[in-house]
Design a protein around this ligand. Structure first.
Ligand SMILES: NC(=O)c1ccc[n+]([C@@H]2O[C@H](COP(=O)([O-])OP(=O)(O)OC[C@H]3O[C@@H](n4cnc5c(N)ncnc54)[C@H](OP(=O)(O)O)[C@@H]3O)[C@@H](O)[C@H]2O)c1
Length: 171
């Protein structure tokens, strides 16, 4: 299973401002988000991200699988949404059983950190927005790792936003 992380960051590496309001994201970030979700048809997110997007802005409509990490999993009537407290490896098994071969993690920091700690992320997209947050939400939480990466692509998405695409090197 190929796991892709797609995250927007401030120029100083924060993934949210102090207010927790995503008012700093460019339309180009959103376009990339929609494109990757519809490419993979499997999307992994934390509960906060789900609450921001649901119900109108969830990236998959009546297709694929959206996995929402929560400590309070509940049975859900929408068959393409799985609320789970399972580990990253178990989530990958669930997705493979549902026929997926790749998935994108769209945030936030705990979800990304758990998959990173487990060494399960293959590609990382960073969409660097032209903002600085002295106080905000750091990219990783409760994690202690150091990985090397290869830069596969850099793209200017608009006059101010840059996208960096990396491959994680674990060896
Ligand atoms: N920059 C970006 O691209 C980007 C993308 C997405 C989000 N964000 C930011 O990140 C913030 C947090 O988003 P998020 O809540 O989706 O991120 P997260 O940090 O990945 O997930 C936090 C949620 O995960 C659940 N959780 C925590 N520990 C768990 C465990 N051991 N097992 C299972 N579930 C666990 C909790 O849900 P319960 O309380 O339900 O247990 C918690 O609310 C957002 O508000 C947003 O500001 C930024």
């Amino acid at each position: 299973m190929k796991i892709i992380v797609y995250m927007a960051v401030s120029a100083n590496g924060m993934v949210s401002n102090k207010k927790g309001v995503p008012d700093w994201l460019s339309p180009e970030y959103e376009q990339g988000f929609v494109r990757l979700c519809s490419q993979t048809k499997a999307v992994i997110m934390g509960k906060g991200t789900y609450q921001i997007l649901a119900p109108d802005y969830l990236p998959l409509k009546n297709e694929g699988t959206m996995v929402v990490r929560t400590r309070k999993p509940a049975i859900n009537s929408e068959s393409n949404i799985v609320f789970t407290d399972k580990s990253p490896a178990e989530i990958i098994s669930v997705l493979e059983r549902r026929g997926h071969s790749e998935a994108v993690i769209i945030g936030g920091p705990i979800t990304v950190s758990e998959f990173m700690k487990a060494g399960l992320v293959n590609e990382l997209y960073l969409v660097v927005e032209p903002v600085l947050f002295a106080n905000g939400l750091p990219f990783f939480q409760n994690a202690d790792f150091e990985y090397r990466m290869s830069l596969l692509e850099e793209r200017k998405l608009n006059g101010n936003t840059v996208q960096l695409m990396y491959r994680l090197n674990y060896t």
